[in-house]
Design a protein around this ligand. Structure first.
Ligand code: ADP
Ligand code: MG
Length: 481
């Protein structure tokens, strides 16, 4: 007969507190003092319903963590106190910002000293920052990244507005997480940190943390090696605004992904703000757990596009104003035009320009600008040709290059072809014959006729004149004409 022995009446506690105290005695022997304090002390027994013990935990994250890491320990404790039929049920009572403030826990618990002793000695450990001596977590934000010095243009306006909305009402908008993506050097880190800095000054009680994905990975590796995962999780329990930069680096890091998944859930559930940046949109993230990807889509995605000429110029002007340096407008325009897409590169170019203006005391002219660009290896075409004009015009009107070389007589194509002829006559040294030849073997009288037509249109049609003006400006900038 293998019937389980009936539990002796006497040894079966009937009160939830009694049961839980017994459980704690068992658990205490099985886990580290630190884990015990973090994960078991905050649990409150609620009631004993038959063989089911109901316990109260501070949040869903807490529950998930227990289920994932301490399920065996809990099961054993319950079986030993209630019997093999014993069950455990959780009741989640969501805590607020204040209740999870670890500093309070330490300061009020009376045995803070003892708890501190359980922390690993190496205080270098990046996440053991909260403690008696610190009343807040270090944010790792750089103060220079603010909304005030983030210049807004068409390419970043949407992202900027979303970031402002998040900064005004962290965790309370639909933008959670706010997912900012864009190529390197377009301002992701700046914008994300500007949110953090704005919140730090408007909500000084909230703990803002900026972390790169690299550093998060190091935290996780450290925690695994030093068996201090509880510290790590406790640290993130105290974070109200989390900015994780360059999330694409989570790829192929399953452990960090798993930990981040827990952190994400915990924060999101408590309506705490998460801000993520990435060099690519969510759907292009690779080697990433599906459950994470789906969470990234919960909020709103905004992108930073390459800056247009006007934005680059505005950034350059602001920089020169700050440095109180004067540079001829033509030189500045030329530099911005050639600076490429990255605002970081543009900043490098401007720093060199400023240094030259300040220290060399030389005249800043087009030759200086060309030298600087050469230094930054910005490639330029040296000689202006019919081909390069044709490319620019076709680009501008968004028509294929081969059409202007072909036979078609469709109006937009004819107009573009005529404009190429006009500009080629004006800016290149080619003969009318050569120009005609390039554009579909037309003879020189066609080119003469085209030039007249364009001149007429420039005089009579305002919109046309604007178009020609824009294209000419591009040409001048491209070839320092
Ligand atoms: P990313 O993180 O996208 O690679 P960063 O945020 O590091 O780019 O931006 C690169 C540099 O350009 C930083 O010094 C940043 O301050 C500057 N920057 C980017 N966008 C702007 C902007 N709109 N106005 C002013 N500075 C900007
Ligand atoms: Mg960055």
């Amino acid at each position: 007969m293998s019937q389980p022995l009936p539990m002796k009446e006497k040894s079966t506690p009937h009160h939830s507190t009694q049961v839980w105290t017994k459980c704690l005695d068992i658990i205490r022997k099985r886990v580290s003092p630190q884990s015990f304090n973090t994960w078991f002390k905050p649990i409150k027994p609620v009631e004993l319903n038959g063989d089911t013990l109901i316990i109260q935990v501070p949040n869903k994250f807490f529950y998930e963590w227990l289920e994932e890491h301490y399920i065996d320990v809990l099961r054993q404790a319950i079986h030993q106190t209630i019997g093999p039929q014993g069950k455990l049920e959780y009741r989640i009572v969501v805590d607020n910002y204040k209740r999870v403030d670890l500093t309070d826990v330490y300061n009020n618990s009376g045995d803070a000293k003892q708890q501190m002793d359980f922390l690993p000695e190496e205080i270098k450990n990046p996440f053991i920052i909260p403690g008696i001596k610190h009343d807040r977590i270090l944010s790792h934000l750089k103060q220079r990244y603010t909304f005030d010095n983030f210049i807004v243009g068409d390419s970043n306006r949407f992202a900027y507005n979303a970031a402002k909305a998040v900064a005004n009402r962290p965790g309370k908008t639909a933008f959670n997480p706010l997912f900012i993506f864009g190529k390197v050097g377009l301002g992701k880190t700046h914008l994300a940190q500007a949110i953090g800095n704005a919140i730090t000054s408007s909500h000084p009680k909230l703990n803002v943390v900026y972390i790169t994905t690299e550093r998060l990975t190091h935290q996780v590796i450290y925690s695994i090696r030093h068996q201090s995962m509880d510290d790590l999780m406790r640290y993130y329990q105290n974070v109200h605004i989390l900015i994780v930069d360059d999330i694409q680096f989570l790829a192929r890091r399953p452990k960090t992904q798993e930990i981040f998944f827990h952190i994400f859930n915990h924060m999101h559930q408590l309506e705490r703000q998460i801000i993520l940046t990435s060099d690519r949109p969510v759907k292009e993230l690779e080697h990433m757990e599906e459950r994470l990807i789906s969470r990234f889509k919960w909020g709103v995605t905004v992108d930073l596009q390459p800056p247009d000429f006007e934005l680059k110029l505005a950034i350059a002007r602001a920089r020169l104003r700050d440095e109180q340096v004067e540079v001829p407008e033509r030189v500045l325009e030329y530099l911005c035009y050639h600076a490429g897409d990255s605002i970081r590169d543009l900043e490098g170019i401007l720093s060199t320009l400023v240094a030259r203006a300040l220290f060399m005391q030389g005249d800043i002219n087009m030759a200086t600008a060309q030298k600087i660009l050469q230094y930054y290896k910005v490639q330029r075409e040296e000689v202006i040709t019919v081909e390069s004009i044709a490319r620019l015009v076709c680009d501008h009107f968004n028509i294929p290059l081969q059409d202007v070389k072909g036979k078609t007589r469709k109006r937009p194509i004819v107009e573009a072809r005529q404009l190429i002829m006009y500009l080629s006559k004006k800016f290149t040294k080619h003969s009318l014959k050569q120009i005609g030849k390039f554009l579909g073997n037309r003879d020189h009288t066609t080119v003469i006729y085209a030039c007249r037509t364009v001149e007429d249109l420039i005089e009579t049609d305002e919109k046309y004149r604007q178009n020609v003006f824009t294209i000419e400006k591009k040409l001048r900038l491209s070839y320092s004409l």
